[in-house]
Structures are given as structure tokens and as C-alpha cells.
Design a protein around this ligand. Structure first.
Ligand code: CA
Length: 695
């Protein structure tokens, strides 16, 4: 056994204990402190610890981490809202962020409090039931930082852990905020501010560490991912994804072997790329942290590595030891990436039965157009098929797990029209997996790219350094551009259903045990589909284009669905008239929906009468004879006397008034024709009772 294997076995036994303890009051001594009487048990964000994060799937009312659980399936077991009643969803509240541009956040919801971000990395804490703002933290990102944005000044959300809210800011800071107040607890700079790094991704919490990457490959940076101590903000490890200057010592064996796959160029002067700008997942049992890496810097391999080679670890899925950041295995989705085909797209962990074998898999639909199923324990390739039109490769070789390139598509000898494009067959907009339907729901798009080598390329730090002719790329992008929701069977590797949209760049997806898929659209709608067959069941206008993914949660037994709406991002900014089809306003908003209360049945009406005295005989007499003038429940409307407030002499004369008609002159005639003395006593008793309960 290696040290890592021993540690792994130990961790696994701890995990099993933790799971048993969380289950049903076991005798496990580790669970004992939890059950101590009168111990001030933390609640809300303060109670989110490693055990809660590992067991997040059982925490059905909450949405505890970015993809709801470490497996990032974005599946909720909540089913009160289901395919049979989703058409009665109504908006319960709306919140305006007061900010324009891309809103890409997945909210985190903990015990009735919602934490999210708007553009410019602004953090909000809202009451999840009412939408009332509890606090807001504006990191005051300098607006000149926008020149470091390849793809808008977006932020995809926060992480919540042990009473704190963590956010990466666009200008490269990592901040820990008090979850109760929003006060800054610590803040640290994660990047060299003289370079064009930016943070748009949501941090993840793994074993007491905050894991954060960054972006900027288009501008010439070297990718890396870092782990900071959640408690103090101290840097614990940093793993670079591409080799640096080979004249200097390599940071690791993994980077030394990677350097052998870069040939003939001086990539380190242009950064190399491979930024970890969005997707991560964690398997606590295998003790592996998965990160997706981005494209090369520059895009074209003919400049950064003219001698060929795979250029590891660009466009790769990396499995890291979460305690050290060391590489355990890698799988490269686009060897020698030449088109900005990142592997930073959302990764989902699931257990699938494939060829009669139960497999622990990792699934990804990266920009390059192939849907990959990988063994997440070993990195072994299982299968891949194209989920959108792919022209750059004919297929992925099942023996080698490598895409087989189509000649001419590498645009070495002239213009090439390529599908998909740098916008991706699927971009960062999260997909979801429903273990009940066995389907993955992908915000897919068909966009054509036009690539031509920039012969006059010269690296200019801080500029958009793609090495391709951006004039040609930008002009021809609008030729083919459409989007659709795609339901994909990851075992059979084939499409099951699709729903077409008017344009690309639609929102991320959410799927639930209610046989539902939710998605916001570029043209400003929030839509629900039946998960198994794709029938559209419900939609509502959002007032602005949606790119973020929805979440669902419950408070006091009521299920809510929330979407953050706010149009923006790479395609919205750069797509020209193809994007402008999503003709919508741009202010950001948070919209929350719940089922409309059903029309009450007769039985429900009975239970609505909360005052038990209202159902007795005296109340019936009062309401039959008196209430139409003296008011419901004895409460006068101000025209005639409020009988609860009668003076003693009136109370004494009550029977004479009601039965003998001594106040007929005032318009109060005798009721002797209907009532006897006993009835009047009952009515008086009712009024006294109402007077008492009003005090
Ligand atoms: Ca890119």
C-alpha cells in the first residue's frame, strides 16, 4: 500500500462512520457529541460542515453546494412540484440586483437563506421565502478590470461552509464573509494582478479547503488551481495545469512529463493557457477532486507548439489528490486543442450500469461536441459520441479514447469552417442528470466557427491573443447559430429527445424527482418540461435572457424553484445579430416560484375557521340574526353599535331590547318572532366571549 492508498482506506472508513452516524442515531461514538442534550447546536450556514456537504443529497430541503452535491448532478429529490401540477407554479417573489450584464449564479440555499452573486462579483443574502435582502457585499471590483474579461464580468456563485460565505471576485481575490452579516472575515489575492487573470467560477469546499481557479487564457496566462484554508485563507497548495519555462525546474513530475508534449514553440512566454475557470467535482469515497482545464494560449497549436504534441494538460479532466493537489490521473478531451475547445464544462459524477457492469463514471459534454463517459476512479475512457454536429473529428477511437481529427479542420493551410466553435456545443451553462430517467439534460447549441491562422501573430500581453483571424471568426459566426435542450442517454450514448429554441446561449438545467426539467432561455422565458419525454408543461416570462441554472429547495414544507435571470456572457456580447435575436432587457433579477394554493375544499374551509367558538350554537345564532347589521364575529363596522363594547346598562336591558323592542325607535325592532330568552342569553354569551378574546 502506498501512503496515499493507506490514507484513502482510512478516509473511507471515516466516511462510512459519518454516513452511518447521520443515518439513524447509531451507537457510533463519533456521533455522540451531536446528540448531547441542550448543546447549542449551530444552525443555518454555521452548521454546514464536511459531513453535511458529503451528505448533501439527503439534505433534500437545501441546495448546499454549487451542483447541489459533490457529484454535481443538479438533481433534486423534491417532488411536491411535479409533472402533474407544475402548470400551477406562480411567482412568489422577485428581487432586482440593480446590476446589468451576465448573471450566471447558482444560488446556495441553507435553511431558508439564499446566497448568490450578480455581475461584478456582488454577493447577496436573501430570505428565501420572501426575497427580502438580508445583506449585500460589493467587492467594488475596479471597472477597468473589464478589459480582462473574455466573456463578461460574470460570477457563478458562492460556497457556504461553517458560518461563512466564500466568493472569488472578478479581479482575482478570494473573500470569506460572515454568513450572518456579510462582514469580511478574510480576503486574499489569488493572482498576479499585473497579468490578465480573472475569476468567474464558484469556489468549492473540499475537506476544509476553498478550491478556486481562474480564467484569462485568451490574454496569455498560465492556468492553475489553488486550495486555501477555509478558516484562515492561507494558501495550502497550488497546481499548475501546463508546464512553465523548461529552463527552470518543473513544479512536479506531472508537469515534467507534460512538457514533453509541447514541441518547438515558446508557449511559456504566451502563458500556455489551461485555465481552471469553472467546473469541479469531488468524490469523497475515492478521495479525488476533479477539475476541468481550458484552452491553449493562444488558441492555435501552430503557434504555441509548432512541432505538434498533445499539449498536456490543456482541455483535460484532471483528478487531483485533494490534500496535496498532486495529479492522480488525467483524460484529455481535445489533444492538441486548436479551437478553444475547453474541458471546463460541467462534470457530473454518477454510477451507471454499462455493458452489465456497475461503473463509477464522470460525464462531461465539453465544447468540442463529444459527450464523454470516463471511469472516475482511473480516468479510463469508456465511451464518447457527438451530441451536436462535429466536423473537426470523425469520432473518438474506442481503443485509444482519442478523437480522430478530420484533415483540413486544423486550418493550417487556410480557412476552415468548424463545428462546434469556441462558443461550444455546450458551454459553462450547467447540465443536469436525473437518476430516475437516466438522462442528462444538456443546454446544447449548434454554432459554426470560422478559423484562419493569424500569420502576423505577435504576442501582446493583455490583448486578445488567439492566433486566429478574429475578423473572420467574428464575421462568420452568425452563419449557423441555434440552440436546443437535449436529453441524452449516457449509457446508450444517444439522443432521447430535444426541444428547439430560437437562439443559442440558453440557461443551465435543473432536474427533479417530480419528472421535471427546468431551463431558462435566451429569449427571456423560464420553462418546465416532462423529464422522460420532453413535453413542455409550463413557461413564464423572465423579462431578460436567462443563462444561469435554476435551483429548487423547500422551507417549512413548501417547495420553491428559483432562477437568476440576467442576459450576458460570451455569446451575448460577441455573437452579433445572432445573439441580438434574444431581444431582451438586461437588468438582473432573482425570481422564485411555488405552487399556487389550490382552491380549498369544503373540508379545508372548516379547518380554516380557527376560532372554535365560531362553530358553536351561540355563534350560529349571532351570525344568523345579528351579524348583518352588527358585524361578523361581533365586530361592528362603525355604523351601528359594536355589541362587544356595550355599556353595563345596555347589557342589563339586552333581553328587553331584543325581545320587547324597547329600542324600536332607534331602528332596533323586536326579534321575538324568532328568538326566545334562552337564544338571547346564548347570543349575549357569544358577545362576551368575543369581547374577552379581543382584549
Ligand atoms: Ca476560452
Amino acid at each position: 500500500m502506498t501512503t496515499r492508498e493507506m490514507r484513502l482506506a482510512w478516509r473511507r472508513s471515516l466516511l462510512v462512520l459519518a454516513l452511518m452516524g447521520a443515518g439513524c442515531g447509531s451507537e457510533d461514538p463519533a456521533a455522540a457529541p451531536e446528540s448531547k442534550p441542550h448543546a447549542a447546536a449551530p444552525t443555518g450556514a454555521a452548521a454546514i460542515d464536511d459531513e453535511r456537504l458529503v451528505g448533501a443529497d439527503r439534505d433534500t430541503e437545501n441546495w448546499l453546494s454549487h451542483g447541489r452535491t459533490y457529484a454535481e448532478q443538479r438533481f433534486s429529490p423534491l417532488a411536491d412540484v411535479h409533472a402533474g401540477n407544475v402548470d400551477s407554479l406562480v411567482q412568489t417573489w422577485g428581487f432586482s440586483t440593480g446590476l446589468t450584464r451576465a448573471h450566471e449564479a447558482t444560488p446556495i440555499v441553507v435553511d431558508g437563506t439564499m446566497y448568490l452573486t450578480g455581475s461584478w462579483s456582488v454577493v447577496y443574502a436573501l430570505d428565501a421565502v420572501t426575497g427580502k435582502q438580508l445583506w449585500k457585499w460589493d467587492p467594488k471590483v475596479p471597472r477597468e478590470a473589464a478589459k480582462k474579461a473574455c466573456c463578461d464580468v460574470a460570477n457563478r456563485g458562492v460556497a457556504v461552509y461553517r458560518g461563512r460565505v466564500y466568493v472569488g471576485t472578478f479581479d482575482g481575490r478570494l473573500a470569506a464573509l460572515d454568513a450572518e452579516t456579510g462582514a469580511v472575515e478574510w480576503i486574499t489575492l489569488t493572482v498576479d494582478p499585473t497579468q490578465s487573470y480573472s475569476i468567474t467560477g464558484a469556489p468549492r469546499i473540499v475537506k476544509g479547503q476553498v478550491i478556486i481557479g481562474n480564467g484569462g487564457a485568451e490574454f496569455g496566462v498560465r492556468g492553475y488551481v489553488s486550495a486555501y484554508a477555509a478558516e484562515t485563507g492561507a494558501l495550502l497548495w497550488r497546481t499548475y495545469t501546463v508546464p512553465g519555462d523548461p529552463a527552470k525546474p518543473f513544479e512536479s513530475k506531472a508537469l515534467e512529463s507534460a512538457a514533453a508534449t509541447w514541441k518547438g514553440g515558446e508557449w511559456w512566454k504566451i502563458g500556455g493557457g489551461g485555465t481552471v475557470w469553472d467546473s469541479m467535482a469531488f468524490d469523497p469515497e475515492l478521495d479525488l477532486l476533479y477539475v476541468g482545464t481550458g484552452n491553449g494560449s493562444p488558441w492555435t497549436r501552430h503557434i504555441r507548439s509548432p512541432g505538434g504534441g498533445d499539449n498536456l494538460y490543456l482541455s483535460s479532466i484532471l483528478a487531483l489528490d485533494p490534500d496535496s493537489g498532486e495529479l492522480v490521473w488525467h483524460y484529455q478531451t481535445t489533444p492538441g486543442d486548436n479551437w478553444d475547445f475547453t474541458a471546463t464544462q460541467h462534470m457530473i459524477l454518477a454510477d451507471l450500469r454499462i455493458d452489465g457492469r456497475q461503473r463509477k463514471v464522470l460525464m462531461q459534454a465539453p465544447k468540442n461536441g463529444f459527450f464523454f463517459v470516463i471511469d472516475r476512479a482511473t480516468g479510463e475512457f469508456i465511451s464518447a459520441e457527438n451530441y451536436v454536429t462535429v466536423t473537426w473529428a470523425s469520432h473518438v477511437d474506442p481503443e485509444t479514447g482519442r478523437p480522430v481529427e478530420v484533415p483540413g479542420q486544423d486550418y493550417k493551410d487556410g480557412l476552415a469552417l468548424v463545428r462546434p466553435t469556441a462558443f461550444g456545443g455546450h458551454n459553462w451553462h450547467p447540465m443536469s442528470y436525473n437518476p430516475q430517467t437516466g438522462l442528462v439534460y444538456i443546454p446544447a447549441q449548434e454554432i459554426q466557427g470560422a478559423y484562419r491562422l493569424d500569420d502576423a501573430f505577435e504576442f501582446r500581453p493583455g490583448e486578445f491573443n488567439t492566433g486566429t483571424d478574429m475578423n473572420v471568426f467574428s464575421t462568420l459566426v452568425r452563419e449557423i447559430a441555434s440552440g436546443h435542450l437535449l436529453a441524452w442517454d449516457p449509457v446508450a450514448q444517444k439522443e432521447v429527445w430535444r426541444h428547439p429554441y430560437s437562439s443559442p446561449w440558453n440557461g443551465g438545467t435543473l432536474t427533479t424527482a417530480g419528472n421535471l426539467v427546468f431551463q431558462g432561455t435566451a429569449d427571456g422565458r423560464f420553462v418546465a418540461f416532462r423529464a422522460d419525454d420532453g413535453k413542455k408543461l409550463w413557461e413564464v416570462g423572465t423579462g431578460t435572457g436567462v443563462i444561469a441554472a435554476p435551483v429548487t429547495f423547500a422551507v417549512d414544507g413548501v417547495q420553491y424553484v428559483t432562477i437568476v435571470a440576467g442576459w450576458g456572457g460570451a455569446f451575448a456580447l460577441a455573437g452579433g445579430d445572432a445573439a441580438a435575436e434574444a431581444d431582451v432587457e438586461t437588468d438582473g433579477r432573482v425570481l422564485t416560484f411555488a405552487l399556487a394554493p389550490p382552491f380549498p375544499s369544503a373540508k379545508d374551509v372548516e379547518s380554516l375557521v380557527t376560532d372554535p367558538s365560531a362553530l358553536n350554537e351561540s355563534a350560529k345564532l349571532y351570525h344568523r340574526f345579528c351579524a348583518r347589521c352588527h358585524g361578523a364575529s361581533g365586530v361592528g363596522g362603525g355604523v351601528l353599535p359594536d355589541l362587544r363594547k356595550s355599556q353595563p346598562e345596555i347589557q342589563a336591558a339586552f333581553k328587553d331590547i331584543v325581545l320587547k323592542g324597547i329600542f324600536t325607535g332607534k331602528g332596533m325592532p323586536s326579534f321575538a318572532q324568532w328568538l326566545d330568552e334562552e337564544d338571547v342569553e346564548q347570543i349575549q354569551a357569544y358577545l362576551r366571549n368575543q369581547a374577552r378574546s379581543a382584549m
